[in-house]
Design a protein around this ligand. Structure first.
Ligand SMILES: CC(=O)[C@@H](O)[C@H](O)COP(=O)(O)O
Ligand SMILES: NCC(=O)COP(=O)(O)O
Length: 247
């Protein structure tokens, strides 16, 4: 079965609206793991707009209570990022070619062009016992290059598929994602996928794209949790008001 790693970036972004500790990133992380998620994903960005350095250590500590689950840290392999990974030692590090000013990830590695950045980073992370995954576009030419420089997995960038919102364009992306997954499997790589996957587009994705080990989902699952939980929250506040504070 394909594993679910829940990305907590959006929870951290909501917390950071105020200088207060809720929603708690580790609290939601625990809830997510107790609900059966196979792991947690974070993408600490240099400006700490959502996940902060402290969160990464706190989540590592939380995961000690769940020894069969995994921690996946995503990011650009700057010296600061690599040092953070070496200090935390997650099971998996996903390298993403984002520049600091990007609002979100919008493309994968051109692995050949990025060899000078990727080879030392992969060597360093693997020496620390971490599995390394490379975030790539839907292009079957890329997985053999990823294998050649020592990556263990690729993560398929599913943003264009998610952004197509169904229809013929989405089918086109599924064909390309499927071809890229087949190339990765043939090259001996594991396969992850993520970005803009949702409850609505996940079934078609899984039916079309083979050998997916793990999906990481954050934005949509956070949105769904709000929709699924808002009515109960309103009921509880209403109940406090009805009781005039005497309940
Ligand atoms: C690498 C990737 O796929 C992204 O989805 C990322 O982890 C999300 O980052 P933001 O939450 O900062 O948009
Ligand atoms: N690697 C993708 C990820 O972690 C979550 O992306 P999204 O669901 O927030 O778009």
């Amino acid at each position: 079965m394909t594993k679910l790693s829940v990305n907590l970036n959006a929870v951290a972004q909501l917390r950071n609206r105020r200088n207060l500790p809720w929603p708690s990133v580790t609290g939601i992380g625990r809830l997510v793991l107790e609900a059966g998620a196979a792991g947690l994903t974070v993408h600490p960005r240099p400006d700490e707009r959502h996940i902060r350095r402290d969160d990464v250590f706190a989540l590592k500590s939380l995961l000690r209570d769940f020894p069969d689950r995994e921690f996946n840290i995503e990011g650009y392999p700057s010296e600061a990022f690599l040092a953070l990974c070496e200090a935390v030692r997650p099971q998996q590090v996903t390298l993403v070619p984002d520049s600091p000013e990007q609002s979100t990830s919008d493309h994968g590695w051109q692995v050949r062009k990025a060899r000078a950045v990727l080879v030392p980073a992969i060597t360093r992370l693997k020496a620390g016992g971490m599995r390394v995954s490379l975030f790539i576009d839907e292009d079957p030419a890329v997985p053999p290059d990823a294998r050649e420089i020592g990556a263990d997995r690729i993560e398929l960038f599913t943003g264009p598929y998610g952004g197509a919102l169904g229809g013929a364009q989405a089918d086109l992306h599924l064909d390309r994602l499927s071809a890229t997954a087949q190339a990765a499997h043939a090259a001996g790589l594991g396969i992850n996928a993520g970005h803009d996957l949702t409850l609505e587009n996940l079934p078609q994705f899984l039916a079309a794209v083979p050998w997916v080990d793990e999906v990481s989902i954050g934005h949509a699952i956070t949105s769904d949790a709000l929709v699924m939980g808002f009515a109960e929250a309103v009921r509880r506040y209403t109940s406090v008001l009805e009781s005039g504070g005497r309940a």
